[in-house]
Design a protein around this ligand. Structure first.
Ligand code: 5AD
Ligand code: SF4
Ligand code: FES
Length: 351
């Protein structure tokens, strides 16, 4: 195992057989140690924070794993107004957030114009902040309009890079091809792009995970978000096993070694699967946390999976709690826009 880790560390790449061994290795001390060494080299002890504003729980899609799927009629839905969103940003700014992530289902009730108007208003009120959108698959023209309105970053996980696996997680009308088209369009438009996948989603094989890593090598995203699959009781996958914490942590470390510059969050799903999951993620190479800035009244309603954490706490409480957790893991939560650090050879270095 030691040799595999050294090779990955040195070459930022490994053959499929080696990757598979690392994904399931029990021998994690050296793997995480190397991953943290690399993150320290580029980001020192800084952990960046993003204020997550879940502004709509309506979604036209029917991803089989997600509690927000349109066919889930047991969920009370909500939408935040432009003023609600701006007020979340105001609160967030005061307590140290310099990035706002507007995340929602694919909700057509907001026109592209509406989205642009929220984005440009945030950018004009908080010019030292980044705006990240995470609102799913859209047309090139729509992405272009959001970008021109001031959006800096976009998060869209590819979910799985295997065609057959993608079909088992999504309804007929969704395709991996369109997902990839979106991601490359976003790159073309100059967004800082985030992608990623679930670990342990139903039917996932270890070969699928290797394909996910290969796809990321092709895409070269700035941000890579992964987290364990967690079942939601009102979905077709209600009775499925949740993903493995260890695989998730090993993959975070592998991603850090493959993509030294990447912004890798210790996700809420990781904190949900284990009370110290996010701390463990940071100790395996993650360097971002994304606390919730949504109004407390709606947080439970943004229900991707069961038992989501941080649904009762006010934004400031959540941030303070997280700051303590980050410190306990040996890092430091910073007030910073938190752009990706690129080397002059970015395209080579992050590949
Ligand atoms: N378990 C874990 N992650 C999920 N997501 C959606 N549903 C689930 C679930 N049941 C993730 C998807 C999506 C992101 C916003 O949340 O990867 O891209
Ligand atoms: Fe909608 Fe996203 Fe959930 Fe799919 S994963 S149903 S697109 S909110
Ligand atoms: Fe949200 Fe602890 S991190 S309450």
């Amino acid at each position: 195992m030691k040799e595999l880790i050294e090779t990955l560390y040195k070459n930022k790449d490994l053959d499929g057989g080696g990757l598979k061994l690392l994904i399931d290795t029990e021998d994690t001390d050296l793997l995480y140690e190397k991953a943290v060494e690399v993150r320290r080299k580029y980001y020192k002890t800084a952990v960046y924070t993003r204020g997550l504003i879940e502004f709509t729980s309506y979604c036209k899609n029917n991803c089989l794993y997600c509690g927000l799927r349109a066919d889930n009629k047991n969920l009370k839905r909500y939408r935040l107004t432009k003023e609600d969103i701006l007020s979340c940003c105001g609160t967030g700014y005061e307590i140290g957030f310099r990035t706002f992530v507007l995340q929602g289902g694919e909700d057509m009730a907001y026109s592209d114009k509406d989205i642009c108007s929220v984005v440009s208003e945030i950018k004009s009120r908080f010019p030292d902040c980044a705006v990240t959108l995470s609102i799913g698959e859209r047309s090139f023209e729509a992405y272009k309009a959001y970008r021109e309105a001031g959006a800096d970053r976009y998060l869209l996980r590819h979910e799985t890079a295997d065609e057959a696996h993608y079909k088992r997680l999504h309804p007929e009308n969704m395709s991996l091809e369109n997902r990839k088209r979106c991601l490359f369009d976003l790159k073309k438009l100059g967004y800082q792009v985030g992608s990623g996948f679930m670990v342990g989603s139903p039917y996932q094989t270890i070969d699928n995970l290797v394909s996910d890593l290969r796809f990321l090598q092709e895409l070269r995203p700035d941000m890579i978000g992964i987290g364990p699959f967690l079942p939601h009781s009102d979905t077709p996958f209600a009775d499925r096993e949740k993903g493995s914490l260890k695989r998730c942590l090993n993959l975070i470390a592998i991603l850090r070694l493959m993509f030294p510059y990447a912004l890798i969050p210790a996700t809420t799903a990781l904190g949900t699967i284990h009370p110290l999951g996010r701390e463990m993620g940071l100790k395996a190479g993650a360097n971002v946390v994304m606390p919730n800035l949504s109004p407390t009244g709606v947080r439970k309603l943004y229900s991707l999976y069961d038992n989501k954490i941080c649904t009762g706490e006010e934004a400031a409480e959540c941030r303070d709690c997280l700051a303590g957790r980050v410190r306990s893991a040996g890092f430091e939560l910073v007030t910073d826009i938190g752009n990706v650090k690129k080397s002059p050879l970015a395209d080579i270095d992050t590949a």
